[in-house]
Design a protein around this ligand. Structure first.
Ligand SMILES: Nc1ncnc2c1ncn2[C@@H]1O[C@H](COP(=O)(O)OP(=O)(O)OP(=O)(O)O)[C@@H](O)[C@H]1O
Ligand SMILES: [Mg+2]
Length: 259
């Protein structure tokens, strides 16, 4: 958690070419709801960029390229993601293995992990002017809760603690392509990402496809509420990255994709 890198790293320069560093334009930030008390959002000069998408949709691949690109242009970056809080990540992993918690308790466990990172990493980094790259955010957590039948109002209220990001990109990849990629990478499907706890099918492949279809449906519904950008992640890595860089350039210029 918190792979901070310093601003000392300068953009690579070619002889005779003066590298341009775009100073991010500060835009007003806000929480979705009650937020975290005592935070002056007008002091948050960094940018919060979120990448959402299923397992294998290419989030890590894209984030690592974006970090190189941003740092090459003189921006300090910090990375956050689910289950990375020092407070509860170990216990959360244990609880997942044991499959012993109720759906509500499980949801609150994830919310705690998120709140800890928001308060102790995301907000301080934004205050210091960092570009914060989040590998998943509250939307994945909400979608997982919603496909498991938790009350929508309760879930939305829970995550009203969150800061509205400057941009959210949802990498949409077909379930069939996700299976190909996941297998090429690890030769196994994940129990939770296949929705095996829901009893949709005893066959893990079948369950994975059914579960991911429900997840995509919920993401599309949340998209109409939260207005994030859907990016076609079935395309080659470089094509997807070019589109993300183009959109992030707009964010740096002060245009929030989340307005
Ligand atoms: N656009 C793409 N086209 C083809 N393969 C890709 C693409 N993007 C990523 N991959 C490959 O798919 C696999 C999964 O990518 P990656 O690890 O970036 O996904 P992820 O969303 O971070 O997954 P996880 O949820 O497991 O962390 C990797 O082997 C990666 O090289
Ligand atoms: Mg990853």
């Amino acid at each position: 958690m918190g792979n901070a890198s310093s601003k000392q790293r300068q953009p690579r320069s070619r002889p005779g070419v003066v590298p341009t560093v775009i100073v991010p334009t500060t835009t007003p930030k806000r929480f979705y709801g009650h937020g975290i008390p005592g935070v002056d959002v007008s002091k948050l000069s960094g940018k919060l960029i979120v990448l959402e998408g299923a397992d294998g949709s290419g989030r890590s691949t894209q984030i690592s390229r974006l970090v190189t690109w941003l740092e090459g242009r003189g921006h300090a970056t910090v990375q956050v993601g689910l289950k990375r809080s020092t407070l509860v990540s170990e216990e959360l992993a244990k609880a997942q293995q044991g499959n012993v918690l109720s759906r509500t308790t499980f949801s609150l466990f994830y919310a705690t992990d998120f709140a800890d990172q928001l308060e102790n990493v995301i907000i301080p980094a934004l205050k210091a002017g960092f570009m914060v790259l989040a590998d998943r955010y509250i939307y994945t957590l909400m979608v997982r809760d919603l496909v498991r039948g938790l009350d929508e109002e309760w879930v939305r209220n829970l995550y009203s603690i969150a800061l509205v990001p400057d941009a959210v990109f949802y990498l949409q990849v077909s379930p069939e392509e996700l299976i190909q990629r996941t297998f090429a990478k690890s030769l196994a499907l994940d129990y939770w990402e296949s929705g095996m706890d829901l009893g949709l099918s005893q066959d893990m492949f079948d369950s994975f496809v059914k579960y991911q279809k429900r997840v995509i449906e919920q993401f599309q519904r949340l998209q109409s509420i939260y207005g994030f950008t859907i990016v076609d992640g079935n395309r080659p890595i470089e094509v997807v990255n070019r589109e993300l860089r183009r959109q992030i350039d707009l964010v740096l210029a002060g245009k929030s994709a989340m307005d």
